[in-house]
Write a protein that binds this ligand. Structure first.
Ligand SMILES: [Zn+2]
Length: 172
């Protein structure tokens, strides 16, 4: 999934978990934080330009997701009544990234994500793909038509999901 898709998933998850109603934090801020923690693991791609770190390695582990969600929760200093629910929502939003990439097609070796780092440096990938893969071997690849179409697909699926969710909530 592209970083754009991950950010959208973070914002959609924030909405689905009702985080803006659970916290005393402004809607803009909680939406921004949700999107940021959902996209954060892909910062390893930027780091890899300056430092030899493999994309989708430690930052795509379950432990990194739990860590990121915990840090976000601590930084928010929320005075919400249901602190555990806010904490769990933030951790889950962080975990959407490695879990989605696990189910995404991958054209770049090593395929998949280092899900169980630091206990294992093995890369894991689902045998069935639900999310189209991106190309990222060069700058030209990153800004390719293929990746643009993937972004359009991700936005389309997110809009469909939000529409369905809104209709479902209204009938309840
Ligand atoms: Zn990723």
């Amino acid at each position: 999934m592209t970083p754009v898709g991950h950010a959208i998933v973070g914002a959609v998850s924030c909405y689905v978990f009702g985080l803006k109603n659970k916290t005393d934090i402004s809607t803009k801020k909680i939406l921004l934080i949700s999107s940021l923690i959902a996209v954060l693991p892909d910062c390893d791609f930027i780091i890899s330009w300056f430092y030899p770190v493999q994309h989708r390695s430690f930052s795509h582990s379950l432990l990194f997701g739990v860590f990121t969600g915990t840090v976000a929760y601590l930084l928010l200093k929320s005075k919400a009544a249901n602190k555990i629910s806010v904490f769990m929502s933030l951790v889950f939003i962080s975990l959407t990234h490695p879990l989605i990439d696990f189910f995404a097609a991958d054209f770049n070796y090593p395929f998949g994500v280092m899900l169980f780092w630091p206990f294992s440096k093995e890369y894991y990938i689902s045998p069935m793909f639900f999310i189209p893969g991106t190309v990222r071997s060069s700058l030209r690849d990153i800004f390719s038509l293929h990746n643009l179409l993937v972004i359009i697909y991700e936005i389309g699926v997110s809009v469909m999901f939000l529409t369905y969710w809104s209709l479902y909530r209204r009938t309840k």
